[in-house]
Design a protein around this ligand. Sequence first.
Ligand code: SF4
Length: 121
Amino acid sequence: MKKRKIKDENIIREKILQAIEKSNNGINQKYLWKVLKIDSKIGTRVLVKLINEGKVSKSVSYVNGKKVYIISQPKHKLVILPIEQLEGLVCFPCSDIYKCSDEGELTPVNCPMLNSWLEQN
Ligand code: SF4
């Protein structure tokens, strides 16, 4: 029973990510559940995990005075650091640097080593 639930969540997760990737400016959350034929309660639970992982972002918009939640790919802030500040960057000696990318399980967005280094610098 529990395995089935996790498998379904993984399928939902992929469906949400694919739909958001295809949309240019994000997608209305209510519309997302309709198009993907996903129960909103389960979909919201998966969506919260994706937001916490930094893989999607949620913003509020108003259409004809009605509040609408828009789900989109996160816009990463561009931070320009002087070269001196890159000294000691944890990615340079990291043994996982060639496995790390902007997609997949190992990403700079969810890397505790990088986040810790950024907080200290
Ligand atoms: S973001 Fe983390 S995992 Fe990726 S290269 Fe840097 S230290 Fe390694």
